[in-house]
Design a protein around this ligand. Sequence first.
Ligand SMILES: CC(C)(COP(=O)(O)OP(=O)(O)OC[C@H]1O[C@@H](n2cnc3c(N)ncnc32)[C@H](O)[C@@H]1OP(=O)(O)O)[C@@H](O)C(=O)NCCC(=O)NCCS
Length: 270
Amino acid sequence: MHRAAPLLPLPAGEIHLWFCPHGESSDAALEATYRALLTPQELQQKDRFHFARDRYRYLMTRVLVRSVLSRYAPIRPNDWRFVNGPFGRPRIEGPGLEETRGLDFNLSHTAGLIVLAVARDIELGIDVENTRRSAVLEAVDHYFASAEALSLGALPAALQPHRFFELWTLKESYIKARGMGLQIPLDSFAFALDAPGDIGFTLADPHDDTAHRWHFRQLQPTRDHMVAICSSTDARFVCRETSPLQWERSLEVRTTRASRISPLSPIPPS
Ligand SMILES: CC(C)(COP(=O)(O)OP(=O)(O)OC[C@H]1O[C@@H](n2cnc3c(N)ncnc32)[C@H](O)[C@@H]1OP(=O)(O)O)[C@@H](O)C(=O)NCCC(=O)NCCS
């Protein structure tokens, strides 16, 4: 265990992604160490889950957040305090040290993987989905923007589930970056994914937000998982894989799509 792991630098313009594979608990001593890091409220919340695998995923998620944040500030994992925003987005409340100023995170979990994004002074939202789940293609016509539904419907049937997960994760990442969850109607913004590797983004009502201030990236960390990140900065990404309080290693993660260059950017010479 790396109790005294050295602090990591987190320069402006960088987003650190922590990938945490998880399954069922098989180590009672480690689980007891994890439980000791949670607040009484978190322990109560954990015990509300019906299935053991969900209780363990909740426990791992809390420990991941606490142990990873402690890599960026001289604060013990159990000393972090969080507060939920009006639509449920958790943020750091304390302790208030110089090192925690501007520090923010967002996380997402799905079967087999938890992903945590950490940055300073960058608005961000992240979503991970397990693409072995069935794609809910019926939801597209009802909830997605009509341009998204049309473009998905024009694809061969075999490619539609993949496109569904691309759209779903991107849409989740945007509503999470805004911190508003499903308060933002899913048909009020649209992604254009027909050009390979590209992510186009438009808003139905440009008075509500500004499309070009957001940058999107899609990653494929494992064969079964797709990740989307929405951020207010065209950031550099640093990826690590970890099992909290046990080990961590650098990770190369394939980017499958990224926001197309903004029309405001200068055109490079040919
Ligand atoms: C609240 C919401 C963010 C939950 O998303 P989700 O896909 O169910 O869950 P994720 O694993 O991606 O994210 C959960 C984490 O997001 C964070 N979160 C909660 N509310 C949030 C908000 N309003 N904004 C940003 N992050 C939020 C929390 O850290 C939460 O972790 P926890 O479950 O351990 O407390 C919201 O987007 C939602 O209700 N989605 C419902 C799913 C849906 O219909 N999506 C349609 C997309 S096309």
